[in-house]
Design a binder for this molecule. Structure first.
Ligand code: NAD
Length: 260
């Protein structure tokens, strides 16, 4: 199947590591021009851009904190002006935050997670949708998590932010659908990236995690990236307002009471 992404213009947030890096690579190798957002560690952004450029893709790095509305707006504005429009926004940047039961949670830590995981995607989508609705085409792919449906003890800010992002996406899909713009979510299960290195680098923690995944193993970033490429392509032209899970059936396993 030809997923026809050549020449599209995509902004990917949090693209200097993990899933953002893998999605950027998959899209770049399909001929997409990449706006590579990163927040910290410019050396990682440089490393990823160097690899993407080998595919012949045009790559522009942009440092911005997506939880800062001005920085997010300026970033989208920059790419729209530079490219003369925007076809794809992948809201991937996110953090899981520090473990804390709700009644022990530090307010600034709690708010930080929600600001990055929910406000950030909203800020970027708000600006991108203005252009996508006007140009009557575009796709926004929001990276949520199996924890948009699975409660996760000790990570209330994470679950709330991902569930909120899921419902926001459905609402934006309703709003923008008649303009031909799609908004949807991809919910990864447990994928081996820096975000959960403390789990997969420790055999005991890894065994515990894998026991929660019916498919019996963690996923690889490329397994998520391939689905992301399909979902932002015209091959997925009738998929909007929903979440696609890439999780080895993890969301059907509810035993997260001890924190995962
Ligand atoms: P990761 O830590 O490698 O990637 C997260 C990226 O977000 C990093 O590059 C980080 O610098 C960036 N980021 C953090 N705060 C930012 C900010 N304020 N502004 C801009 N960028 C910021 O981990 P990952 O696993 O690749 O995570 C990517 C997304 O996937 C996250 O939204 C995460 O919640 C989601 N996710 C991951 C898994 C998994 O198992 N890896 C599972 C479910 C959901």
């Amino acid at each position: 199947m030809d997923i026809s992404l050549k020449g599209k213009r995509a902004l990917i947030t949090g693209a200097s590591s993990g899933l953002g890096e893998a999605i950027s690579k998959e899209l770049a190798s399909s001929g997409v021009n990449i706006g590579l957002n990163y927040h910290s560690h410019p050396e990682d952004a440089d490393r990823v851009s160097g690899e993407l450029e080998k595919t012949g893709a045009e790559v522009i790095e942009f440092r911005a904190d997506v939880s800062d509305s001005k920085q997010a707006f300026d970033m989208v504005d920059f790419f729209v002006k530079k490219w003369g429009g925007i076809d794809i926004l992948v809201n991937n940047a996110g953090i899981d935050g520090k473990h804390a039961l709700s009644w022990e949670a530090d307010l600034s830590e709690w708010e930080k997670v929600v600001k990055i995981n929910l406000f950030g995607p909203f800020y970027c989508a708000r600006e991108a949708l203005k252009h996508m609705v006007a140009q009557k085409k575009g796709v926004i792919l929001n990276i949520t998590s199996v924890h948009e449906t699975i409660p996760w003890s000790g990570y209330g800010s994470y679950t709330a932010s991902k569930a909120g992002l899921s419902m926001l996406s459905k609402t934006m899909a309703q709003e923008a659908g008649s303009s031909g713009v799609r908004v949807l979510c991809l919910a990864p299960g447990a994928i081996k990236t820096p975000i959960n290195q403390n789990v997969w680098s420790n055999p005991e923690n890894l065994n515990d995690l894998v026991s929660k995944i019916p498919f019996g193993r963690m996923g690889e970033p490329e397994e998520v990236a391939r689905v992301a490429a399909f979902l932002v392509s015209d091959a997925a032209s009738y998929i909007t307002g929903c979440t696609v899970f890439v999780d080895g059936a993890m969301k059907d396993y509810a035993n997260f009471i001890h924190g995962g």
